[in-house]
Write a protein that binds this ligand. Structure first.
Ligand code: NAD
Ligand code: AHE
Ligand code: ZN
Length: 370
């Protein structure tokens, strides 16, 4: 079939919206009509050329929601008409990782996914001239139709609006999950969140759910304060307004250091500040942000010797097919909020405007509605 897609033709260039060919689902695969997709900073990270795994030409996008159109042979858990959220972290429920209680990083299809291919080693997308176009993060939600493995789709309730729940495909689950699944924050904790964008705000929302007493937000952009306060931030720090080193300032503000700190910037300097502003003896720092090729984190080992720990999280530690439908329920039941964070919506033809808004720091989440 033909479908319409925004193609990342080359690193550092705007996406090009065009008709592309899409082959139907093979064994174990599902054809999905994408109804809405968010634009995450990770899409920008890959488009910019900073992603060591970035490949071109590709159809980016990994924060979508849609409807099953067709299923390939052997698909048993989904049927046409089902509402689904694509999962860049699949859940096969069989691999060594899925069977291990300490990780959500299903590895069943990770190798081909990282090469922009379906599990059989081929792409379903091509140009109208027949040249292959690569998949991205196993999702490619910047296409009106896409093909995914059955294990990379969470089935969700049908009364949930696509233009809101698409955000659960990455930002909401990553932020809230980092708090609940990865850090396992206790009631009464003190926390610091670095970066108050589409992920950081969901960390703040997760901290409020978990009953944290102090939630410090750190961002260079003061326009993020209003939204962060609405979601539970108790203190705001703009590093550009702090005289001297930020670490002692934050340690003082949190009365000895935070129980938990979260990096949602992708800046390795910020990651060091986050680790060092965690409390001596027990503070945990969770890295969420993804950093450019070649960037490395560093600190004095003494920071770890004296009881701080550095950890990371992908997709908030969530097991997608199991956890994502529950998070959709939380949204529909009013336990979590999504709508105010979706600051802009647009059609696919205007997708580059969504990237511009992110660059200028004017949006939290832009959502493309097909
Ligand atoms: P975003 O652009 O919406 O937000 C980033 C925020 O960080 C902005 O508000 C910006 O002003 C702030 N910021 C940038 N540099 C800063 C600095 N030096 N000090 C303080 N604040 C600073 O991006 P997002 O969509 O929220 O994504 C955040 C990061 O999380 C990105 O690196 C993204 O790739 C990553 N991410 C990781 C996962 C995962 O599973 N680990 C999932 C989604 C996103
Ligand atoms: N390809 C990059 C790393 C990108 C990365 O860390 N991706 C996160 C999800 S970000 C979603 O917005 C992730 O899931 N990582 C685990 C994995 O297996 O990719 C690089 O640096 O090579
Ligand atoms: Zn993302």
């Amino acid at each position: 079939m033909r479908t319409r897609a925004a193609v990342a033709v080359q690193a550092g260039k705007p996406l090009e919206v065009m008709d592309v060919n899409l082959e139907g689902p093979k064994a174990g695969e599902v054809l999905v009509e994408i109804k809405a997709t968010g634009i995450c900073h990770t899409d920008e990270f890959t488009l910019s050329g900073a992603d060591p795994e970035g490949l071109f030409p590709a159809i980016l996008g990994h924060e979508g929601a849609g409807v099953v159109v067709d299923v390939g042979p052997g698909v048993t858990s989904l049927k046409p008409g089902d509402h689904v959220i694509p999962l860049y972290t699949p859940e096969c429920r069989e691999c060594e990782y899925c069977l291990h209680p300490k990780t959500n990083l299903c590895q069943a299809i990770r190798e081909t996914q990282g090469r922009g291919l379906m599990p059989d080693g081929t792409s379903r997308f091509s140009t109208l001239d027949g040249d292959p176009i690569l998949h991205y993060m196993g999702c490619s939600t910047f296409a009106n139709h896409t093909v995914l493995p059955e294990i990379a789709l969470a089935k969700v309730r049908e009364d949930a609006p696509f233009d809101k729940i698409c955000y659960i495909g990455c930002g909401v689950t990553t932020g809230i999950g980092a708090v609940i699944n990865t850090a396992k924050v206790e009631i009464g904790s003190r926390a610091i969140v670095f970066g108050l964008g589409g992920i950081g705000l969901n960390v703040i929302q997760g901290l409020r759910l978990a009953g944290a007493d102090q939630i410090v937000g750190v961002d260079l952009n003061p326009s993020k304060v209003e939204m962060a306060t609405r979601f539970g931030m108790t203190d705001f720090v703009n590093p550009s307004e702090v005289e001297g080193d930020l670490v002692p300032y934050l340690v003082n503000l949190t009365k000895g250091g935070a129980d938990y700190t979260f990096d949602a910037t992708g800046n390795v300097g910020v990651m060091r500040t986050a680790l060092e502003s965690a409390h001596k003896g027990w503070g945990e720092s969770i890295i969420i942000g993804v950093a450019p090729a070649g960037a490395e984190i560093s600190t004095r080992p003494f920071q770890l010797v004296t009881g701080r720990s550095w950890r990371g999280t992908a997709f908030g530690g969530a097991r997608g097919r199991t956890d994502v439908p529950k998070i959709v329920d939380w949204y529909m039941d009013g336990k979590i909020e999504i709508d105010p964070m979706i600051t802009h919506t647009m059609g696919l033809d205007d997708i580059n405007h969504g990237f511009d808004l992110m660059h200028k720091g004017e949006s939290i989440r832009s959502v493309v509605v097909y």
